[in-house]
Ligand binder design. Structure first.
Ligand code: RBF
Length: 213
């Protein structure tokens, strides 16, 4: 029987011009590693360049919202400081008082490829694995993290992909990372998160220029 769950893939996703961050928790690391691998696989298949992918980690899922928020802000600061460095490298001063940008020599070594940090993140994938324990921790963290991640994407306009498994037991989590212990290995949802990042990053760029299908 075919699986009716999950999105119908958008055949047009092209990530070749996108910059994407993954931030993952380190609780339940085996499952996390599989999910991150799945997300990376689909990002690369969709054309996202290796040097346009940043991977960071935090202790647990509770730390994911702050990490996403600061990484989005930091990527804008990175762009601004790169632009300032670039302008600083141009000599606009002249003895006549007339600004004259220095023309780079044609005989010198070719300019290096533009650094990937010259654009802010188009999407951030937040990956965590929360597994219910004996206390109320699970409920509080799931609630706080899911609401905060949604708020960050709406407030910043940068897609934040919800890559947080909220499982009632180990097997549920393992199966959602394609690591099921029984006959059913399940499916690695990290793959959908990678594709969702590319699709949403592309949409938001296009919508930002006032272009609609
Ligand atoms: N972090 C996770 O990412 N997944 C978990 O299943 C998880 N369970 C936790 C259970 C308890 C009792 C505690 C105290 C923390 C847990 N954390 C978990 C860590 C949490 O997200 C966070 O890193 C810490 O609370 C420090 O802020």
């Amino acid at each position: 029987m075919s699986d009716i769950k999950g999105p119908v893939p958008d055949a047009q996703v092209d990530g070749s011009s996108l910059r994407v961050a993954i931030v993952h928790a380190r609780w339940n690391k085996t499952i996390i590693d599989a999910l991150v691998t799945g997300a990376l696989k689909k990002l690369k298949e969709a054309g996202v360049k290796e040097n346009n992918i940043v991977v960071e980690s935090v202790p647990g899922s509770f730390e994911l919202p702050l990490a996403c928020s600061r990484m989005i802000a930091g990527s804008h600061i990175q762009v601004a400081s790169n632009q300032a460095d670039l302008l600083g490298g141009l000599n606009f001063g002249s003895s006549s008082g007339i600004a004259s940008p220095r023309v780079p020599s044609r005989t010198g070594t070719p300019a290096p490829a533009a650094p990937s940090s010259n654009q802010p993140f188009d999407a951030v994938i937040a990956i965590g694995v929360l597994i219910k324990g004996a206390t109320m921790h699970f409920e509080y963290i799931c609630d706080a993290v899911s609401h905060s991640l949604m708020k960050i994407q709406v407030d910043t306009g940068v897609p934040v992909i919800f890559g947080v498994l909220t499982a009632l037991n180990d097997d549920q989590a393992l199966e959602r990372a394609g690591l099921g212990r029984g006959d059913n290995k399940g499916h690695n949802h990290g793959e959908e998160w990678g594709l969702a990042a590319v699709e949403m990053g592309s949409h938001v760029r296009r919508w930002g220029t006032g272009k609609f299908l």
